[in-house]
Design a protein around this ligand. Structure first.
Ligand code: AHR
Length: 333
């Protein structure tokens, strides 16, 4: 395992965790399973959808952590549609839940509904993905990964994968859902390192596969039709990479050898593909956000939201194919 997280990030995570624990201690009636106070906390949660293995693990983590914390969870799956998320949030406002959390499918277009939540005095915690807003007071905190750093980590992993390679490198990029924070920021982070350090790298094709296997398969097939000479695939998640592997094989090429693959997530199936040498390296993006989210919910419900950091980041690592088989048995998702 190559731990790419800096000391500062680890310290920030530790201090956020410490802050959450300290706040919980100060407010035991609100935090001890949320059943010891006068009323159980109700959390309304709007999930993006079920587009990937990452999302399935994230959903399970949120549900299990809510149950373990004694928080009543109202859960809805937006099927990757912003209008469904907005409806779900409005329904949670109407039901007068204590706290609302959601993983926004795209970054823009949330201010109106977030103002409605604020007017109803219901605090909002973002999870997994960020939003663009002119009013930062519309949400309390974000629990999730730094996707731009993930993009930079992907570029650094590609440097390792290409060690010894001479000459130009033609890269195809499978983007996540258009307008989603991880798609925008992973592309940005990767491009930053590429432009700063690798004039020999060139992105020759880039298109969304919507974070799904079917999308990755279809778009990679089109990439291969248009470009016979792709050296590298950078996929914004494992599911699209797994779909792309099928198209690469169908085109008579060997994934991981003829076309090097770097992807993001670190889900079980991604590790299986990496242990077979089909994916060369994976940037881990941790979906197990449930426990940190429930800790934050308790703090916010206790009226101490202002003590939380604006961004509670998760701890993650990077993996290359030679580490995959050893790491696979201990993967948690
Ligand atoms: O927001 C996290 C991203 O969403 C994951 O990388 C991807 O697999 C999921 O769909």
């Amino acid at each position: 395992m190559i731990d790419r997280r800096s000391f500062l990030t680890a310290s920030a995570a530790a201090s956020a965790a410490g802050m959450l624990a300290a706040c919980a201690k100060k407010n035991p009636a609100k935090s001890a399973g949320s059943q010891t106070g006068s009323k159980q906390i109700t959390l309304g949660f709007s999930q993006v959808g079920s587009e990937s293995g990452w999302r399935a693990a994230n959903t399970q983590s949120v549900k299990q952590a809510a149950a373990a914390a004694g928080i009543a969870l109202k859960f809805s799956d937006a099927q990757q549609k912003q209008e469904n998320q907005i409806s779900a949030i409005r329904s949670y406002i109407a039901q007068k839940v204590d706290v609302i959390s959601f993983s926004p499918v795209v970054v823009t277009g949330w201010d109106t509904v977030l103002k409605e939540a604020k007017a109803a005095n219901i605090p909002v915690i973002l999870t997994d993905r960020s939003v663009e807003t002119s009013d930062p007071s519309l949400y309390v905190t974000l629990v999730g990964s730094d996707f731009e750093i993930e993009g930079e980590r992907a570029a650094h992993l590609l440097e390792k994968v290409l060690a010894g390679h001479k000459g130009p490198v033609k890269i195809a990029q499978l983007e996540g859902t258009t307008g989603a924070a991880p798609a925008i920021e992973r592309a940005k982070g990767f491009a930053t390192i590429m432009h700063a350090s690798h004039p020999e790298w060139k992105i020759i094709a880039s298109q969304t596969g919507d974070f799904t296997r079917a999308g990755g398969k279809q778009v990679m097939a089109a990439f291969l039709q248009a470009h016979a000479d792709i050296d590298v695939l950078f996929s914004h998640n494992d599911d699209m990479a797994i779909g792309a592997i099928q198209s690469i094989q169908a085109a008579g090429k060997t994934p991981g050898t003829d076309i090097k693959i770097v992807s993001v997530d670190g889900v079980h199936d991604g590790f299986v593909a990496m242990s077979k040498g089909q994916i060369n390296a994976i940037v881990e993006c941790n979906p197990l956000l449930g426990p940190q989210l429930m800790d934050a919910v308790k703090v916010v419900h206790a009226g101490k939201g202002s003590t939380l950091p604006r961004w509670i980041k998760t701890k993650e690592s990077d993996y290359t194919a030679d580490q995959a088989a050893a790491a696979l048995p201990s993967r948690k998702y």
